[in-house]
Design a protein around this ligand. Structure first.
Ligand code: IMP
Ligand code: MG
Length: 179
């Protein structure tokens, strides 16, 4: 497995960055009604680490979405909810937990959908950000690392459902997906 992957961010680097993000979240959301919303499946590892590092009371929920419309259709792309949240959002301070903000199309559609449910606030926390690929006008409120325009895997992120279980974040050698 490892000869196909170049380590980009080690377990230790990811861990220490999460502690910084969680400290900031704990401060910013003190006294609020924090709800962490994990977008499955990619954010599951980040969610598990982030929620344990957050030092204020919070609730969690999970959502599965699929984005349609293709890469060049940021204005018309649709997001379909495959699995909705279990709870309602009224009065909640929603923090969306994502693996990577890439084109931004998915979250640019999802955020307004969640805002219609009467939450106090909706913000975005992503472990990775690929700003060079952005097509939608959206930015994370909390981010772990900006990464170059390369395909990354591990720490929840997959290529064809593989590599999610790697404890570090790596770049998949193009020979793997160009075959
Ligand atoms: P977007 O921001 O709407 O383009 O889509 C983001 C989603 O695409 C993420 O939540 C990931 O599941 C997936 N994705 C984007 N870039 C990568 C990558 O480099 N590796 C693995 N998954 C990716
Ligand atoms: Mg994915």
């Amino acid at each position: 497995m490892s000869e196909k992957i170049k380590v980009l961010l080690s377990e230790e680097e990811v861990d220490s960055r999460i502690r910084q993000i969680a400290a900031k979240i704990s401060k910013d959301y003190a006294g609020k009604n924090l709800l962490l919303v994990s977008i499955l499946k990619g954010s599951v590892v980040f969610m598990a680490d982030l929620m344990r590092a957050v030092q204020i009371p919070c609730a969690i929920d999970f959502m599965v979405v699929a984005s349609y419309g293709g890469a060049n259709t940021s204005s018309t792309g649709l997001v379909k909810i495959i699995k909705d949240l279990d709870g309602d959002l009224s009065g909640k301070d929603v923090l969306i937990v994502e693996d990577i903000l890439d084109t931004g199309v998915t979250l640019s559609k999802l955020v307004p959908m969640l805002k219609m449910r009467n939450p106090n606030s909706v913000k975005i926390c992503t472990i990775l950000d690929k700003p060079s690929r952005r097509k939608a006008d959206i930015a994370p409120d909390y981010e772990g690392f900006a990464v170059p325009d390369e395909f990354v895997v591990g720490y929840g992120l997959d290529y064809d459902e593989k590599y999610r279980n790697l404890p570090y974040i790596g770049v998949l050698k193009p020979s793997v997906y160009e075959k």
